[in-house]
Ligand binder design. Structure first.
Ligand code: DOR
Ligand code: ZN
Length: 299
């Protein structure tokens, strides 16, 4: 291996696999092939499938479907605005956490009701949020009130970096993730469905603030927000949000190392060590008998 780089497999904390419900886009097997091809050996799947992962039954079904996956996996539990949903959150074990969509995106899982947001944070062990701009501040307040660990998925602007920097300096247990597309692309002014995702591409200034936040140690992880759609869907009159990312995130980050934007050690921290620490990954053996996370048991 002289002259080569040896590193652990990457953990992608933010992946929208399309099974069940949307296997014309991708299924758990093909999604896991894309992950392996990209050097990602563990994925955390998001709950906006059909059915959504908002019940223990749907979670158990995903685990059955996942037998065909060739990489390690954890399934996020999705929050809903119902009393049953809250009690299901309390029962969900061996998951990376509860996923709360505070903004619109594919799947209509947005939660705006303040009362329910409080209940969801109270019921959860750890929460990951899709929050944009002021919503990041709101999520930090909700997590502080409920005394729960907060993971801000896909932060994309200078303002969001500022909220997180402030919360971290105040000792709040908050972590954040950035996507490769927000690190490598910025908005061009032209409408292009193939470059449309949530959060949308931001300004060049926002993009540089994310690189600065990486080098200041504010950003904890790189997550792809892998969200594939078909070409036909993207070319339609109402194109869905999302771009794929599993195969390209590590090559892009290694290209950034070559270009002097960060070090190999930082890439390993962002894509391997930090996700394992933040989510309490116990063992990455794929053996059926073993659970992925330190807490809870296999359902
Ligand atoms: O662009 C996005 N697409 N952002 C998300 O958060 C969801 C995703 C999807 O599932 O298509
Ligand atoms: Zn997402």
């Amino acid at each position: 291996a002289k002259g080569l780089l040896l590193m652990p497999g990457c953990i992608d904390t933010h992946v929208h696999l399309r099974e069940p419900g949307f296997t014309h886009k991708e299924d758990m097997f093909t999604g896991s092939l894309a992950a392996a091809a990209g050097g990602i050996t563990t994925v955390f799947d998001m709950p906006n499938t059909k059915p959504s992962t908002t019940t223990i039954t749907a979670l158990a079904n995903k685990r059955k479907l996942a037998k065909k996956m060739i990489v390690n996996h954890g399934f996020y539990f999705g929050a809903t605005k119902s009393a049953e949903g809250i009690s299901e959150i309390k029962e969900a074990k061996n998951v990376p956490g509860t996923k709360v969509f505070m903004n619109i995106t594919t799947g209509k899982m947005i939660i705006e009701d303040e009362k329910f947001l409080h209940k969801i944070f109270e019921a959860s062990r750890q929460v990951s949020v899709h929050a944009e701009q002021e919503q990041v501040k709101h999520a930090i307040q909700l997590a502080s009130l409920a005394r729960k660990k907060l993971y801000c998925s896909q932060i994309s602007t200078q303002k969001e970096v500022d909220y997180i920097t402030f919360a971290k300096s105040a000792g709040t247990e908050v972590c954040c993730e950035v996507t490769p597309h927000h690190l490598f692309c910025s908005k061009s002014g032209k409408k292009d469905a193939f470059l449309s995702m949530k959060p949308e591409l931001r300004t060049k200034k926002d993009k540089s603030s994310l690189w600065k936040a990486i080098n200041d140690g504010i950003v904890d992880t790189i997550g792809t927000d892998h969200a594939p759609h078909t070409t036909v869907e993207k070319k339609s009159n109402n194109p869905p949000y999302g771009v794929p990312g599993l195969e390209t995130s590590l090559p892009l980050m290694l290209t950034a190392v070559r270009d002097g934007k960060l070090s190999y050690q930082q890439v390993i921290k962002l894509m391997c060590n930090n996700p394992a620490k933040i989510f309490g990954i116990k063992s990455r053996s794929i053996q059926k008998s073993q659970r992925l996370f330190e807490h809870g048991s296999v359902l």
